[in-house]
Design a protein around this ligand. Structure first.
Ligand code: KMH
Ligand code: ZN
Length: 279
């Protein structure tokens, strides 16, 4: 059983609308304030999507660079940029996210229906993203939306080698309409498939919407780590909107402590994930 718990916060995402959810952090100041609060209650990684002046998702490189710099300046959190972006983002822009020099970036292991849309991740694109991350010393988090994507990850590692840093970490994104369900049974099936990945592979899990609680509890029980945040859920309990990302991180940290697997510090998280220590 893993001794402690990595908590990643995904504070913004690309899908939730600011007009519908005023507490969503969309400006750089809001994002930095959120990140600081989340760090203080137990987060060690921040998974970042950014917005433009109209709060629409963007992969603008200048803004991404400013965001990485501001988060590094104000927090010790590991900065993980989303290379997934929004379903409408072209592959070239998603690859260019790496030019903002994050410590980590997400790397999705296959195409998936995504509500009424399609989140495209062709094999050639996956290989391109993985190998560019190796070349640029960016540690990937492999995003898994369905069971077979773990087999794609196995194929990727066998054909193109281990990621930068040598450690494999996956994030199970569960409960997307079109992907695997956010159930303990689906999580256990993924954990069984992890046996085919390199020894020491770690996993986080997040459940979209109302699957957030069962997925969090199942992940802790199975020795996994946690991702929470307003990218994935904007309802804290039935009829109760999420007030802040820190509220979700604090709940995750409380569950982790109850499970006797307290939150990792950012420094401990870097050591586990193969992210170089900050100097
Ligand atoms: N917004 C989704 C289409 C990632 O960040 O890498 C993709 C996503 C995954 O959120
Ligand atoms: Zn994301």
């Amino acid at each position: 059983m893993t001794a402690a718990t990595l908590i990643t916060v995904a504070p913004t995402g690309a899908e939730v609308e600011k007009a519908a959810v005023p507490a969503l952090p969309v400006t750089l100041d809001e994002l930095v304030a959120t990140a600081k609060e989340c760090e203080s209650v137990g987060a060690s990684v921040v998974h970042v999507h950014i917005r433009d002046d109209e709060a629409r998702p963007t992969l603008d490189l200048g803004r991404l660079r400013d965001t990485v710099a501001a988060l590094r300046e104000s927090t010790d959190l590991i900065v993980q940029l989303s290379s997934g972006g929004a379903v409408t983002d072209p592959e070239a822009n998603r690859l260019a996210v790496l030019d903002a020099a994050p410590e980590m970036a997400s790397c999705t292991m296959g195409t998936v229906n995504f509500g009424d849309d399609v989140f495209m991740n062709r094999w050639e694109f996956i290989v391109d993203l993985h190998t560019r991350m190796q070349e640029r010393a960016v540690v990937p988090e492999y995003e898994i939306f369905d069971l077979g994507q773990l087999t794609t990850l196995e194929r990727l590692l066998n054909s193109h080698g281990l990621p930068y840093g040598g450690h494999v970490h996956v994030d199970l994104v569960m409960g997307v309409p079109g992907g695997m369900p956010g159930t303990p049974a689906a999580l256990v099936a993924c954990v069984a498939a992890l046996r085919d990945l390199p020894e020491g592979t770690t996993f986080s899990a997040t459940g979209i919407g109302r699957t957030t609680l069962p997925v969090m509890l199942a992940s802790l029980a199975a020795g996994g780590h946690l991702r929470v945040g307003m990218e994935d859920t904007v309802t804290y309990a039935k009829g109760q909107p999420v007030e802040s990302n820190a509220q979700l991180v604090a709940r995750a940290a409380a569950f982790a402590r109850l499970a006797q697997r307290p939150p990792l510090t950012p420094g401990e998280a870097r050591a586990m994930l193969g992210v170089p220590a900050r100097t």
